[in-house]
Design a binder for this molecule. Structure first.
Ligand SMILES: NC(=O)c1ccc[n+]([C@@H]2O[C@H](COP(=O)([O-])OP(=O)(O)OC[C@H]3O[C@@H](n4cnc5c(N)ncnc54)[C@H](OP(=O)(O)O)[C@@H]3O)[C@@H](O)[C@H]2O)c1
Length: 317
C-alpha cells in the first residue's frame, strides 16, 4: 500500500458525528496480539518501489478483501481545524477512510455533513474517558486502522520574566502536546501493530530544533516529542509500524489565534499539506523526519555550528 497521488471518488457511506455512549470498559477492547506481528512489510506511505517489492507476498486483509487496495484507514487527532483538517480532506479526497477528532462538536457535525464518508468524532485529550470512548468506536468500526496521525496540539506564548508568570499555560501545553500524544499512541499502538503494515505520525514542529523563546514550553514540548519519537522508532524497528515526525514550519492556522490564519509570513495550509503529501508519496522523510527544505538549516544548526547565529536571528536581543 502507498498513498495515492490521484484523487479517488469518496466513499459515500453515511458520515457525521457519532455521539459516543460508553458501554464497555477499555479493557474489553480488542488488542494487538504480539504473536501476530509481521516483519519486513512495506509501510502505508512507503514509496512505490518498496510497495511493489512485496506486493506478491501480500497477506494484508485490506488487500485481500477490499476492492480498494490503496485505501488506508487513517485517524487524525486535531483533524477538525488547521493542518489536521487540511491533511484529512486531502487524504479523504484520495479515497482513504479518514476519521478525525476535535473538541468542538458543532464543528465536527458541520464537517461530517459537508463531507459524506469522513467520520468526525469528539475527543478531549485531557479526559481519559474521552480517549477510551474514541478507542471503543475505532476498535469496533475501524479495526483495520493502519495510520495514526497524532496531530492535536496547542500553543501559547509565555513571558517567564513578567514577574507574574505561572505554570497554567505550561501545564496545558504539556498535557496536550506531550501527554496527549503519549496517551493517543498508548491507546492505538496495539491496534496498529495488528496490521500488516502501519504508520504512526506525530506532529512536532520545526521549533523543536531551535526555540522561539517567546513560546518556551511549546518549543520544549516539541523537542520532547522529537526525542521520544526517535526512541519509539528504534523500539518499533522490528515491527511493521513506521514512525514519522511531521515538523511543520509557521503555517496559516488558528494555532496561536486568528491573526496567524492570515499572517502573510506563514505558509498557506493547503500549500503545506500538498508538500507533505508529495513527500509521503515519494517516501522523502529521511530518518522518519518530514521537514520542508527551508527548515533543514534549523534542524541541523547544532551540527553545522550555526545554532547561536540562527537563534539570534529568530530571537533578537
Ligand atoms: N500552524 C503552525 O504554524 C504549526 C507549526 C508547527 C507545528 N504545528 C503543530 O501542528 C498541529 C496542529 O496545529 P494547527 O496549526 O493545525 O492548530 P489548530 O488549527 O489550532 O488545530 C488544532 C487541533 O487540535 C485540536 N485540539 C487542541 N487541543 C485539544 C485537546 N485538548 N484535545 C483534543 N483535541 C485538541 C483542536 O480541536 P478543537 O479546536 O476542535 O478543540 C484542533 O482540531 C499542532 O500539534 C501544532 O503544534 C503547527
Amino acid at each position: 500500500m502507498r498513498l495515492q497521488s490521484a484523487p479517488q471518488p469518496r466513499n459515500g457511506a453515511a458520515a457525521g458525528v457519532i455521539v459516543i455512549q460508553r458501554a464497555h470498559s477499555r479493557e474489553g477492547l480488542s488488542r494487538g496480539n504480539p504473536g501476530d506481528r509481521r516483519h519486513g512489510t512495506a509501510l502505508p506511505f512507503a514509496p512505490a518501489g518498496a510497495d511493489a517489492s512485496r506486493r506478491g507476498l501480500s497477506q494484508d486483509p485490506l488487500e485481500r478483501h477490499s476492492h480498494e487496495p490503496h485505501r488506508h484507514t487513517i485517524l487524525i487527532t486535531g483533524g477538525s481545524r488547521g493542518i489536521g483538517r487540511a491533511l484529512a480532506e486531502a487524504l479523504h479526497d484520495r479515497g482513504n477512510q479518514v476519521i478525525i477528532t476535535g473538541r468542538d462538536r458543532a464543528l465536527l457535525q458541520a464537517i461530517g455533513e459537508q463531507r459524506p464518508g469522513l467520520v468526525a468524532l469528539p475527543l478531549e485529550l485531557g479526559d481519559p474517558a474521552s480517549l477510551a470512548d474514541l478507542a471503543e468506536i475505532v476498535h469496533a468500526r475501524f479495526p483495520g486502522l493502519n495510520v495514526l496521525i497524532a496531530n492535536a496540539g496547542i500553543s501559547r506564548p509565555e513571558n517567564l520574566a513578567s514577574g507574574h508568570w505561572d505554570d497554567f499555560d505550561a501545564e496545558a501545553i504539556i498535557d496536550t502536546n506531550i501527554l496527549g500524544v503519549l496517551r493517543t499512541v498508548a491507546t492505538f499502538l496495539p491496534l496498529l501493530t495488528q496490521q500488516r503494515s502501519a504508520t504512526l505520525m506525530a506532529t512536532g514542529s520545526a521549533l523543536a530544533f531551535l526555540p522561539l523563546a517567546s513560546f518556551p514550553t511549546y518549543c520544549a514540548s516539541k523537542a520532547f516529542l522529537h526525542s521520544w519519537l526517535v526512541s519509539l522508532r528504534h523500539q518499533l524497528r522490528h515491527l511493521p509500524v513506521e514512525v514519522l515526525e511531521l515538523s511543520p514550519p509557521y503555517v496559516q492556522t488558528g494555532l496561536t489565534g486568528e491573526a496567524q490564519a492570515t499572517d502573510p509570513r506563514a505558509m498557506p495550509v493547503q500549500e503545506y499539506v500538498q508538500q507533505v503529501l508529495l513527500k509521503l508519496e515519494r517516501g522523502d522523510h529521511p530518518r522518519g523526519e518530514l521537514l520542508l527544505e527551508p527548515d533543514q538549516a534549523r534542524r541541523w544548526a547544532e551540527r553545522d555550528g550555526t545554532y547561536d547565529t540562527l537563534f539570534a536571528l529568530m530571537n533578537p536581543a
